[in-house]
Write a protein that binds this ligand. Structure first.
Ligand code: FES
Ligand code: FES
Length: 160
């Protein structure tokens, strides 16, 4: 007989908004964000921790939200791609992605932006090598990475 699904109330800050929500104990963080909160900018690519499409920030650090349970985020501050632009104004990094044609299908883009934003926060002027290391957990099947790397370096030069 299947074990009953237990749920628990978690309290998280998501893009600056404090939220309390009941979640089943086994609910993945990515499904909590997408299905419970409607924040579908966070994508699911592989569900196995390999592609990075689901990357969000947890207490300022990039994490793969398909690799965490929602209950593990209890008490944390989360930022998703929806939390980057403020008052409709793109960040310098988002603007650089636009200007450098750093996306094609866009599936990887939210995760790329979150990994690169975390890089720029700890290293505001990264080299090409720094960027390649920072996004090594993010797979892009379209661009060949060159324009993505150029965009992140350009955002650093501009002062993201
Ligand atoms: S969906 Fe999480 S790493 Fe691919
Ligand atoms: S732009 Fe298509 S996967 Fe990166």
């Amino acid at each position: 007989m299947a074990e009953p699904t237990r749920s628990r109330t978690i309290s998280v800050s998501v893009n600056g908004e404090q939220i309390e929500h009941d979640v089943p104990a086994r609910r993945l963080l990515v499904h909590f964000l997408r299905d419970d909160l409607g924040l579908t900018g966070t994508h699911v690519g592989c569900d196995t921790g390999n592609c990075g499409a689901c990357t969000v920030h947890l207490d300022g650090a990039p994490v793969k939200s398909c690799m965490l349970l929602a209950v593990q985020a209890d008490g944390a501050e989360l930022t998703t791609v929806e939390g980057l632009a403020q008052n409709g104004e793109l960040t310098a990094l988002q603007q650089a992605f636009h200007e450098h044609h750093a996306l094609q299908c866009g599936y990887c883009t939210p995760g790329m932006l979150m990994s690169a934003t975390a890089l720029l926060e700890r290293n505001p002027h990264p080299t090409e090598e720094d960027v390649r290391v920072a996004i090594q957990g993010n797979i892009c099947r379209c661009t060949g990475y060159v324009n993505i790397v150029e965009a992140v370096v350009a955002a650093g030069k501009r002062g993201a």
